[in-house]
Design a binder for this molecule. Structure first.
Ligand code: CP
Length: 299
């Protein structure tokens, strides 16, 4: 079985292969329905999701797969069944791939240590990792710039509570991109700074080939770190004035959902320099590639 737990477990070659396959699926719609008919995948979500869940479902349907949904909170895990027994149950019923969104950091890795009979795909795990988001982000960067090595990418905002920041950092480093971290002092994560420099936002933005804005993750704040939308936007948000400090070729990214007028000015979400909706579209192609890898045992 070929699991996808996080980007720190993928080599540059494996990620390049996923980008190639994503590009193949994007450009060969005539191949979609003939790809994997009669193969069952279950989407098991314990946390809310719009983009990841729906783009996995669209990717599965485009590949001709049979798609099943199981809401974590309505599964027999609430009766005490372990995740491992849940996965073995799905395998016994005929499911080959399970896409999991879970709040417990490290849960996917521990599930992957047991041979439950299914391939696991991490669809976002607490503040730990979100590998398909990072893969679609890098695919979007490569599509736009034609390369990843040597790019300067600023990841800015609520670093401490962001699974997206972590998975992107590992993947960008693997490709030789330069990562600058920025955000409020109270939301810094020193463990990430072992692998990237940290700069004040107004300094960082001047160097950005791309800026990845992070959502303020209020649902994960254990104490009151956030005073007001106005105060946050003024100090750390991507405003029009700050965008104008970027190099003229610099692009705007955000994994979404977006807190409009908090970490990013609402007028910039659909700005010509924004790739936010392109990222969402690219999520479908990347997830087709990831599902294919899970089924074929690539990598
Ligand atoms: N970017 C992302 O993971 O969005 P959802 O939480 O809506 O899936």
């Amino acid at each position: 079985r070929s699991h996808l737990i996080d980007t720190d477990q993928l080599s540059k070659q494996e990620m390049e292969e996923l980008f190639e396959r994503a590009e193949f699926w994007r450009t060969h719609p005539e191949r979609w329905q003939r790809a994997f008919p009669g193969r069952f995948v279950a989407n098991l979500f314990f946390e809310p999701s719009t983009r990841t869940r729906i783009s996995f479902e669209v990717a599965e349907k485009k590949l001709g797969m049979e798609t099943l949904h199981l809401d974590g909170e309505r599964s027999s895990t609430v009766k005490g069944e372990t995740m491992e027994d849940t996965l073995k149950t799905l395998a016994a019923i005929g499911v080959e791939v399970v896409v999991v969104r879970h709040q417990g950091v490290g849960r996917l890795a521990s599930m992957a240590e047991i041979d439950t009979g299914v391939s696991l795909i991490n669809a976002g795990e607490g503040h730990g990792g979100h590998p398909t988001q990072a893969l679609l982000d890098l695919y979007t960067l490569q599509q736009h710039f034609g390369r990843l090595a040597g790019l300067t990418v600023v990841i800015a905002g609520d670093l401490r509570h962001s699974r997206v920041a972590r998975s992107n950092l590992w993947a960008l480093r693997t490709f030789g991109a330069r990562v600058i971290l920025s955000g409020p002092e109270s939301m810094r994560d020193l463990s990430m700074e072992e692998n990237a420099i940290y700069l004040p936002f107004d300094e960082a933005i001047k160097q950005a080939d791309a800026v990845m804005m992070l959502r303020v993750q209020l649902e994960r704040h254990e104490e009151n770190l956030f005073t007001s939308a106005d105060a946050y936007r003024t100090a750390y948000g991507l405003t029009r004035e700050r965008m104008e400090q970027m190099p003229t070729h610099g692009i705007i990214m955000h994994p979404a959902p977006v807190n409009r007028d908090v970490e990013i000015a609402s007028e910039l979400v659909e700005h010509p320099r924004s790739k936010i909706f392109k990222q969402m579209e690219n999520g479908v192609w990347i997830r087709m590639a990831v599902l294919e890898r899970a089924l074929l045992g690539r990598g």
